[in-house]
Design a protein around this ligand. Structure first.
Ligand SMILES: Cc1cc2nc3c(=O)[nH]c(=O)nc-3n(C[C@H](O)[C@H](O)[C@H](O)COP(=O)(O)OP(=O)(O)OC[C@H]3O[C@@H](n4cnc5c(N)ncnc54)[C@H](O)[C@@H]3O)c2cc1C
Length: 222
């Protein structure tokens, strides 16, 4: 804070922290946030439930399904999507073959609409196809009742019917984000002109474009 007080203007772009929903048993050792899973490299077990099927939930499910990213391995990518050099096969098409995942992954959402509907128009179909090809079990309209040593307890719909326990050893929470902004209040109190941008400003949806636009506009204006 003392270092920042010396500047004429400060841009706070400290991003977000994963939102942890108030599910009974959420502090069970089987539970981790998406950040712990993808950024901190906390190991996941063989049977995983992903809570929340927005953009991050879909990305995390795909991350858990593949030991290496197929987009970094041309041969694997071609095999999975059934494409090859046109000199090898008419039209450059072959029969797709998708290696089964070594993990069993459940992707869950509270809404009862189809999973992945809110993904980008030009890329959403790729993610939906990849989840289907790898056999991800997609459950919608779920209520998260509790988490314990037996796994994740679910019911379905407003009537909370169809009680079911997912016998999973890992639960990854992808249930939104909360802004991280521990700086702007103190800086403004010290009279420093402070701009809050990106996830630190609004954390409701994944939108790098908005963060970049805000940063560009602030930079151009000061
Ligand atoms: C798995 C995943 C997939 C995503 N996919 C997409 C996508 O397809 N399309 C899209 O538009 N968006 C996507 N996003 C969201 C996108 O990453 C964010 O919208 C974007 O990064 C927001 O930028 P930001 O600058 O606000 O925060 P960030 O990029 O999160 O940067 C914040 C930085 O501030 C640092 N920091 C935090 N606190 C402090 C502090 N006190 N002092 C100093 N530094 C600090 C952090 O370490 C971090 O480096 C995805 C996010 C995740 C997690």
């Amino acid at each position: 804070m003392d270092v920042l007080k010396k500047f004429d203007e400060v841009v706070v772009a400290t991003g977000v922290t994963p939102r942890i929903p108030a599910i009974p048993g959420i502090d069970h050792p089987s539970v981790m946030s998406y950040a712990a899973c993808v950024a901190e490299g906390r190991p996941a077990g063989k049977r995983v439930a992903v809570i929340g099927a927005g953009g991050i939930g879909v990305d995390v499910a795909e991350f858990l399904l593949n030991a290496t990213s197929p987009t970094l391995d041309l041969a694997q990518w071609q095999q999975e999507w059934g494409v090859t050099d046109p000199s090898r096969s008419p039209g450059g098409l072959t029969r797709p073959f998708v290696e089964p995942s070594s993990r069993e992954v459940y992707l869950l959402q509270r809404k009862d609409s189809g999973i992945g509907r809110g993904l980008g128009k030009t890329t959403g179909w790729v993610h939906r196809a990849a989840l289907k090809a790898k056999g991800v079990q997609q459950l919608t309209g779920v209520n998260y009742e509790r988490i314990d040593d037996d796994g994740l307890h679910l019911t379905f719909g407003e009537e909370r019917s169809g009680a079911r326990v997912l016998d999973v050893d890992t639960i990854v929470v992808c249930a939104g984000q909360e802004s991280v902004d521990v700086l702007s209040h103190g800086l403004r109190a010290e009279g420093v002109t402070t701009h809050v941008i990106g996830g630190a400003d609004v954390a409701v949806e994944l939108d790098a474009k908005r963060a970049i636009r805000q940063g560009t506009e602030v930079a151009a204006a000061i």
